[in-house]
Design a protein around this ligand. Structure first.
Ligand code: WT7
Length: 655
């Protein structure tokens, strides 16, 4: 199990924030656990209901259904209700493209656009319950398309625009989607991403696709097949002002978002309507304390859960003003983000440790060129933030004036689970700790046998009670849902992270306890990588692991056994890298490919992951006595030495 770096000191919250008496948070937290139905029923007043619920929580483990009998529409909550108040002229989105193009959408504009988009989808025959894959760059149409689906009750499934044709097709086929929404292209580091071309490839692998709806964004020509393809603008002809929103059951699904687990195939995480929306909105309020004059910027792409919850649904449900930026953080120069913060006067900034470390490596001079004094609160997500990056973020970005809100959560949880909450509590912070659970969240640390650990002992985090943002299911696969989250510790939701609670009750989240790698905060499973590599004709067997990386957190290392007759070469490594990028996407780019002729295995043929990891990281093997399957320590050590020697012989290739 990992060790903890507690080098950071306790910090009091900077004074520009509100000081809440500790008792206030403790009372609220206690109420949320003692009487979850009363507590969440009270919180649910944040939303405008078409029909109130009959029951706050129906908990039939492992399924929790919130606000049963209640009805509302998510697009109405995020748009219509603000467009009816003084907020109609308030900016909902300041958008900036990578090329410097900008668009500003008020809540009235957004209302108009969502309705026009919904009109277009309706013309295509999209209706309640249909699954729609969205493959768009970070342009306003991404937010608009998601809300338009929600308006009609269609279930969107956003695929990050860095994913490959194969990855799109896998998601289309698993979700049985009939329509893909894309753009002709997008911009990334000055180049055009040929999104439509990638979708065309995906369509060839997706027999169920009937229509491809294309947003015209970049200037370049894209192939067009009149049978399937249709321009969004053509479908909007005759669009009126209003498309009637579908009044949804609170427990109806809102979206599917695929994420990697321990199997070779990503899982479709299914999220619901009212519970999800309420949880995303309340957690944003509690954690970041936004006000009506706040300028909120969450840098995540809407292709990930952070973008779903905190670029699209929560900020809009709260009627906030958000900044959305399309492109790369370092384009055309490393200060692009600081430029944006200064330009729009961003007050709350939420990003990832990997981005912070990238900026840190490039030095503070880039920051000094910009006035960042508008910033009030800073956030972090995706992986544990190392105390060094925390201190840098605190000192140089926040000028020692902004608390760092380190939010621990997952695709499956829908919203923050453990996080400082500048809106409801004023606990001192500890760099590297996500601090305390959110109201309604009841975590424990368990040992391998499921017994509760004493403080300061590392174990597995498990959650005792359901919360409104909890996933509904794994789409089309209840067995996987049950097995992945509810079987490791019966009666508890198992997130799959190592963690520790210290003497002060602060939580330290210590990384994945399963075969999931986090590259720049993005989840990718070793099984998925292995499955993709063995799909290459030259490969007989493969094992994936990771090694620590200064910026990305972890980098992928592959051990590959070639088929008979294949010779290791630098070219072949390059080809395998390319193969992985095509099979999965750029997220899957390995840092190293090592050709070996044997993989370390236990007697029953399971790969010794710990041996792989040690060799990949150039570390010693450490304690191998708990290797399962009765493999002797001597055998494990021998396997380690063999693999180390083979790896050293293998040609090193870096991209
Ligand atoms: C996994 C979830 C949550 C949205 C982005 C990633 C790790 C995430 C933290 C944090 C320590 C963190 C965990 C978790 N993680 N945030 N603040 N401190 N670890 O979502 O792809 O579903 O990944 O990311 O390991 O299980 P995801």
């Amino acid at each position: 199990m990992p060790t903890i770096d507690k080098s950071g000191e306790k910090r009091n919250l900077p004074t520009n924030n509100y000081f809440w008496p500790l008792k206030r948070y403790l009372d609220m937290y206690k109420k949320s656990l003692d009487d979850p139905e009363g507590f969440w029923g009270e919180q649910a007043k944040l939303l405008d209901w078409d029909k109130p619920w009959d029951k706050v929580l129906d908990w039939k483990p492992p399924y929790a259904r919130w606000f049963v009998g209640g009805r509302l529409n998510v697009s109405t909550q995020c748009v219509d209700r603000h467009a009816k108040t003084w907020r109609k002229n308030k900016v909902a989105i300041y958008w900036e493209g990578e090329t410097g193009d900008t668009r500003t959408l008020s809540y009235a504009d957004l209302y108009h656009e969502v309705n026009r988009f919904a009109f277009a989808l309706k013309k295509l025959g999209v209706k309640k319950g249909d699954r729609i894959v969205i493959y768009l760059p970070m342009i306003p149409e991404l937010t608009i398309a998601m809300l338009a689906c929600a308006r009609l009750g269609a279930i969107h499934c956003v695929v990050f625009s860095g994913f490959s044709a194969q990855a799109i097709a896998d998601r289309v086929n698993d979700s049985n989607a009939k329509v893909i929404i894309t753009a002709n292209g997008g911009y990334r580091r000055g180049k055009i991403l040929p999104l439509k071309e990638i979708v065309d490839e995906a369509v060839k692998l997706s027999p169920g696709i009937e229509k491809v709806l294309v947003v015209k964004y970049t200037g370049h020509e894209a192939a067009f097949d009149a049978k399937t393809d249709v321009w969004l603008s053509d479908l909007m002809d005759g669009a009126g002002i209003h498309v009637e929103p579908e009044s949804m059951e609170a427990t109806d699904p809102l979206f599917i978002l695929y994420t990697s687990g321990t199997t070779g195939k990503p899982k479709g995480i299914l999220h619901g309507t009212a519970g999800y929306l309420l949880y995303a909105a309340k957690t944003l309020q509690w954690a970041f304390n936004p006000k009506d004059d706040s300028i909120w910027w969450c840098t995540a792409d809407a292709g990930w859960i952070t973008g779903h919850s905190y670029v699209v649904y929560a900020p809009l449900a709260l009627g906030l003003t958000s900044v959305i930026y399309e492109g790369a953080p370092d384009f055309p120069a490393i200060d692009r983000w600081w430029h944006i913060i200064e330009k729009y006067g961003v007050t709350i900034f939420y990003t990832s440790p990997t981005a912070i470390r990238m900026f840190m490596r490039n030095g503070e001079d880039w920051l000094a060129k910009h006035d960042l004094s508008s910033l009030q609160v800073l956030g972090s997500v995706g992986e544990a933030i190392n105390p060094e990056a925390w201190e840098w973020y605190y000192k140089f970005v926040g000028a020692e004036n902004c608390p760092i809100v380190d939010t621990w959560w997952q695709t499956e949880t829908g919203g923050f689970m453990i996080s400082p909450c500048v809106g409801i509590q004023s606990y001192p912070l500890k760099p590297g700790s996500a601090t305390l659970p959110m109201p309604g969240v009841d975590p424990v640390v368990l040992d391998a046998d499921g017994k509760e650990n004493c403080p300061n002992t590392t174990g597995f985090i498990a959650i005792r009670k359901p919360w409104p943002g909890m996933l509904l299911d794994v789409y089309g696969n209840p067995d996987i849902y049950q097995k992945t989250y509810w079987s490791r510790f019966p009666g508890f939701y198992a997130p799959g992270d190592y963690s520790m609670k210290d003497d002060d009750g602060y939580w330290w989240l210590l990384g994945r306890a399963d075969e999931v790698i986090k590259v720049s905060g993005h989840r990718i499973s070793t099984a998925e990588l292995e499955h993709a590599v063995v799909g290459h004709t030259a490969v007989a067997e493969a094992a994936a692991t990771s090694k620590p990386d200064e910026v990305k957190g972890e980098a992928i290392v592959l051990f590959v056994i070639l088929r008979k007759g294949q010779t290791p070469s630098v070219e072949l490594k390059k080809e395998l890298v390319k193969h992985l990028r095509t099979a999965i996407g750029t997220v899957a780019t390995p840092e190293e490919v090592l050709f070996v002729d044997k993989l370390p295995k236990t007697r029953s043929g399971k790969i010794m992951r710990r041996v792989l990891k040690a060799v990949a990281a150039g570390a010693s093997i450490g304690d191998v006595t708990t290797l399962d399957d009765q493999t002797s320590v001597a055998e494990a050590l021998q396997a380690y030495e063999d693999l180390k020697a083979a790896a050293a012989k293998s040609l090193h290739h870096k991209e």
